[in-house]
Write a protein that binds this ligand. Sequence first.
Ligand code: SF4
Length: 436
Amino acid sequence: MVVKRLSASPSPVSMWPTRSALPGSNDASAISVMDRSDPPSSTQWLVNPQLDVASCVPEEGTGAYDQLHRYGVGPLQQKRIPREYFKMPAEDRDARIWELRRELGDRLTILGHHYQREEVIQFADFQGDSYGLSLRAATQTSAEYTLFCGVHFMAESADILGGENQHVILPNLEAGCSMADMAKPEDVEAAWKTLQGLGIEGIIPITYMNSAATLKAFCGRNGGIVCTSSNAPRVYDWAFERGERVFFFPDEHLGRNTAVRKDIPLDQMVVWDPFQPLGGNTAEELRNARVILWKGYCSVHARFSVEQIEKARADYPDVQVVVHPECRMEVVQAADMDGSTEFIIDVIRAAPAGTTWAVGTEINLVRRLQMQMPDKHIFCLDPIICPCSTMYRIHPAYMLWTLEHLVRGEIVNEITVDPIIAGEARIALDRMLSVP
Ligand code: SF4
């Protein structure tokens, strides 16, 4: 096992901030606040050509769409929008978005996930990871509309945490998350019943933030909790103080990497494959397991490999390798450090000029770090550089389409979570935030 030189040090969070908390106070550490008054003064976004998503061909075994077909999951259907929105010159389209934004004023907040392309992120009032944007949704009090430039589960979290009179809008309903879709609530319920039927007691369910509201609700009503990529080790501590084992979904890799960090031996972990009887395990294996990992993965982070790290080290002997904990265990162990998206940003930002960084996370973020820190050599571990193809479904054309409806007083693509589900999910989220 490679000894890591540095690990993420999660920032402490006590409770969801009160809705009266000022935006940009302590909680702003997880987000970047953008100047919303004017468009970028330079054309730097436009001179950096965007990736062609069609050129991204998932490798065998990491093809999320094949996997989702197996899971019987299809994306939500987005209503077709007029072709004119896509045919408009980008400059005209962007100018119109800025104009509508100004017209909507404080009634509108635009949230942008770090993995969004520059053409989208330029409009964001707040930029962050899924956790940071959820905090933002919980604290922002004034805006009637939140245009959420991320994926479906994030917009659900924003709706759960936002005020009753606030509307969360996802510009393209087909922007889902392939990992979140790999754990269908009915499959998780069936697995839970099977485990209970075997008489296995003391199981604490943990769902990753990157999951549907229904799974967060499942955890809320079954004594479980939500975790993020930065607080997962502390959430494991919380769980093992209350039970003897953990049932972790939907990301097998984050669950395993966290268990390894907590010194749980690999032979005390099993993987639950929803297509196999007993998840592909024997009853004995399940009874002996301390960690039961759902067979799901992120199609972006599963692409990174040890070979890519070895090549980076051969090409640049002074390189430092930082990866996201959604990467496979052997990749995390071969890296110098691992941590959440915010951790990756912070650690590279704090590094001296002239340092070299190989990064194992989504390409739009890596490209942004390259642009923002030209004094450092930053590159993506994966030479094929796939963007997250579900995040990529957010396009400025959809933003313009939704904003044009909003100025007419029509809300399209609103994401609303059933109040009962929202209440149960909130229990699991609040448990997470009670973790010291
Ligand atoms: S990067 Fe992975 S986990 Fe994040 S939204 Fe895309 S598929 Fe889902």
